[in-house]
Every structure is written in C-alpha cells, then in structure tokens.
Design a binder for this molecule. Structure first.
Ligand SMILES: [Zn+2]
Ligand SMILES: [Zn+2]
Length: 277
C-alpha cells in the first residue's frame, strides 16, 4: 500500500509499505480521511518508523464482522478493559496499556491499517466524510476538558487561548455547554475570523488586565500558558489542552502567587463520551 513516511526535519515522502497485518481481535480499515493534527508536528520534526496519523476515518473491511463496510472513526488509546481506570470508564487513562494508534503503532496516513475492534467508533450516516475526523481531537478532546473542569467553573467570562482546531472545537463545545461570554485570543488574524464565526469575541493579546473565570489554553505555547495563569480570576481554572514537549518555566510573580486558582490538564476523552460528542 501507499503511505506517508515521516523522515524527520520536516521531510515527508510517500512510499510503498507492506499491507497491514491484521492481528487477532483486530479488523482492516480502509482509510477515507485522516485529518492533520497540530501534534503531528512532533513526528514531522523527529521522524517515525511507522505510518503516523491519528485523526482517522475509514471503512471496515472484515467480511463476517458486525461492522463490515461500516464507516468508523478510530479511537486512538488501546486499552486493557480490566484495570481500575478502564473499569471506571476512563478508557483514555488505561493503567496497563499506553499504546496510541498513529503514535506507537501504524496510523492513518496510509491507505489502510489494522485497528483493534475496541477502537472502532461507528459514524452515523448523517455525518459527512469530511467532517467525521473532527469528532476526535477537535470536538472530543475539547469537550472532554470542559466536562472535566465544568462542575468547578465559577460563573464569568471564558477565554480560549489559541484558535486552531482544538480552540475552535472548544468554542463549539463551550456554547453547547451553556457558556455565553466566550472570548478568544490568537496572534493569527485568519484564525480569529473563524473563531468569531463560531460566536467568540476577540480578546486582544496585549490586554492583561481583564480577568477570566475559565481559561482554556489550547495553543501549548509557554507564553500563552504563563499569560493564562496571570489573567485567570481568583477561584478560576486554567485548563491545559495544548501540548508542548519543551520544558516549561513558570515565573512565580505576584499575580500568580497571590491567588486561589486551579490549573488542570485533561487528555483525549473516554469512549463513553462519544455519543455526547
Ligand atoms: Zn490529534
Ligand atoms: Zn486499562
């Protein structure tokens, strides 16, 4: 089959790969769409010995299987189903499995891949192919973070920092969760235009005086994270949805030190979130 090879240093080629071997309890999936994810930039820099891609949508090809020919998304955390986290429904926090499809085993930037049955999420007919991958990280990860933080969020304005895919997903999920005062900041004008179309108001990057009850940091940029800690209101929450591999230094200035607030991190989403997504 044809598939992408990430060579590192920003180089990608399309090469021939062996047909995926389908293991026990797994099915073959013909890829229809795989969305680019901001986090792929890590493998774009580092390179990978497998086919990356983790925002995967395809058609199951497994004659006799209940989901044969079904349109499915791929839930990327492989999970044991037995540990305390899995039994509690936290399939994304499995304590014994840490394999992520596209990250530690072949993913979706090829024509096909083998997928564990437990990782198939059937897509309703009314969701178009082009939009289906957005139900994963874009909406799924953002909406899960809001659910995790939600019960503890005090009333007040919300700031989404970074209006890339996760930030835009967060704006949609915030509106759907009943938040009304939604602001967004991003250095890129074209991204702000999109965010405004989804109903967010622009908050200037240089305004550090306005305070927010709930800050969703979706960029992963250290400067944005530090700004979030500074401008969150007392009793507010800073939710870290963005990712960054580089070490992060926090300067414990007065606006950060003299305040009761919480910093939270959430990761991906449990499989049980899928109907809500
Ligand atoms: Zn992703
Ligand atoms: Zn488990």
């Amino acid at each position: 089959m044809r598939g992408a090879r990430f060579l590192g240093n920003g180089r990608v080629t399309i090469e021939d790969w062996p047909q995926p071997s389908v293991g026990p309890g797994e099915v073959l999936l013909h890829v229809q769409r795989t969305a680019l994810c901001g986090s792929d930039i890590k493998l774009w820099h580092k390179g990978a010995s497998w086919v990356p891609g983790h925002e995967i949508f395809g058609l199951v090809d497994s004659p006799g299987h209940a989901l044969h020919q079904q349109r499915c998304l791929v839930y990327i955390p492989v999970h044991c189903g037995q540990c305390d986290s899995c039994l509690a429904g936290d399939t994304h926090l499995c304590e014994t499995e840490s394999v992520l499809i596209g990250w530690n085993r072949p993913g979706g930037y090829g024509q096909a891949l083998s997928v564990p049955e437990q990782c198939l999420l059937p897509v309703p007919d009314w969701v178009p192919d082009n939009l289906a991958p957005l139900l994963l990280d874009t909406i799924g990860t953002a909406a899960h973070g809001i659910r995790v933080a939600g019960p503890q969020v005090v009333k007040g304005p919300v700031l989404v920092m970074g209006s890339g895919p996760i930030g835009l997903g967060a704006i949609i999920a915030l509106k759907d969760s009943g938040f009304h005062e939604i602001y967004v900041s991003d250095p890129k004008e074209n991204r702000l235009v999109l965010a405004q179309r989804f109903g967010a108001r622009v908050h200037p990057m240089d305004d550090d005086t306005t305070r927010f009850a709930f800050v969703l940091e979706c960029s992963g940029a250290h400067a944005a994270r530090n700004r979030g800690l500074k401008i969150v209101r007392p009793h507010g929450i800073v939710l870290l949805l963005g990712e960054n591999d580089a070490p992060w230094t926090i300067e414990e200035t007065k606006p950060i030190r003299r305040k009761d607030f919480a910093m939270m991190r959430s990761f991906y989403f449990p499989k049980s979130d899928y109907p809500k997504i």
